[in-house]
Design a protein around this ligand. Sequence first.
Ligand code: 4AD
Ligand code: MG
Length: 467
Amino acid sequence: MDYKTRTRIAGILFDEAVPVGNEVIVLGWIRTVRVSKNVAFVEVNDGSCMKNIQGVIGDPTAFPILEKLGTGAAVRMKGTLKPSEGKGQQYEIDVTELDLVGEADQTFPLQKKRHSFEFLREIAHLRPRTNTFGAVNRIRSKLAYAIHQYYQERGFYYIHTPIISASDCEGAGNLFRVTTHDLADVPVADGEVNWDDDFFGTEAYLTVSGQLEGELLATALGDIYTFGPTFRAENSNTSRHASEFWMIEPEMAFAELDDDMDLAEDFLKWLFQYALEQCADDMEFFDQWIARDEELRKRLEHVVNSSFERVTYTEAVEILEKSKQKFEFPVHWGADLQSEHERYLTEKKFNKPVIVYNYPDEIKAFYMRQNDDGKSVAAMDVLVPGVGEIIGGSQREERYDVLAERIVKKQIGELENYGWYLDIRRYGSVPHAGFGLGFERALMYITGMANIRDVIPFPRVPRWAKF
Ligand code: 4AD
Ligand code: MG
């Protein structure tokens, strides 16, 4: 069969690639087939866009193949493109040839009806064929591309940081170990596991963040960004935590916390605007079917055209203390902000994205720059309604002595293991800052999808690594 001469449905409907009256070949999967005595309709989707194209068959008896065509089957459909008389569609195909490429029988689980997202997670191998997951995967692709565009156009270099790492960037201990030791017979020396004999000659993990290596590159190339998978063995079974997720981490040399917040705000707004403009069809679907009463697009437009609220951690705590809200976790200066607190700030108090900055040293990572007050660090988190934290970032501690002291104080590991990280503070040290955007959290906010398991094709979460 000749597959090369096909036209994508997106090409037909959006790019007007085929003039009306011309012959067109479509390859795709059947969504519905309706056959009556005098006419048959075959609706095909090829994944190139949300919309289907409908093939019309004037004389069903001339197409005995119709009996074999069920929802889910793959077909090749050839015919003449013409304006549609049906509602809600611009074009249809007057079918002259219809071939079965791959059969699907009655057991195909995605028959035409609404399925719960829970059910669809169990069949994640097939869910990309649904409207929702077609849209999610298309937006993921477009925004991944857009992110590169944003940084490349601004002179940031794309850096590949290692996925296997010997250090714990966040110091939170949520690490997946990488080893070739035989787990049934682990070599032991002096009563402890002998890592010296392991593959890397040291303990190794899947990285939780590319930041530390990103800093090394930023203090050579100026402005850099990473965009890659990161791994966290947090046992949190929530709608916002995944064990494997993608993170975008820009890092700027000669930059302070203000510059970091400015970049975060500009980047997010640009990304939202891009989704609204370049993914309009899929965004309309999310607006109508996923986030129905939230007015998704209006909300994003509003965010793009207004400024984020910026409050210090101290101000945030005051706001929370003064609120009449009952929180499960009490708030006081020094406490980590819980999801309920973040939601109060961003959903109830400000009703827009909020940047909280200058957090207590105690609850933040060792690499963050100590403020002059001696108790807070130059950290910032971006919180958004519905999702909570989507960005975590900071100005980095560029003073050798202060950093060395923090590594010891926070018991991050042996100082000698961080010699490479400290070295850039010994030779031409500069103020620098960066942040990490969780790609899935950004997608949740943009699409209105409520669960992180539904914005990545094959989620990895506690007790789930299927597919
Ligand atoms: O706040 P985090 O832990 O910051 C860092 O990793 C820094 N090293 C980033 C940097 O400054 N270069 O993580 C950054 C973001 C969070 O704000 C959140 O959006 C996302 O990564 N994130 C997760 N997303 C999904 N599942 C998880 N378990 C996540 N943990 C963090
Ligand atoms: Mg964080």
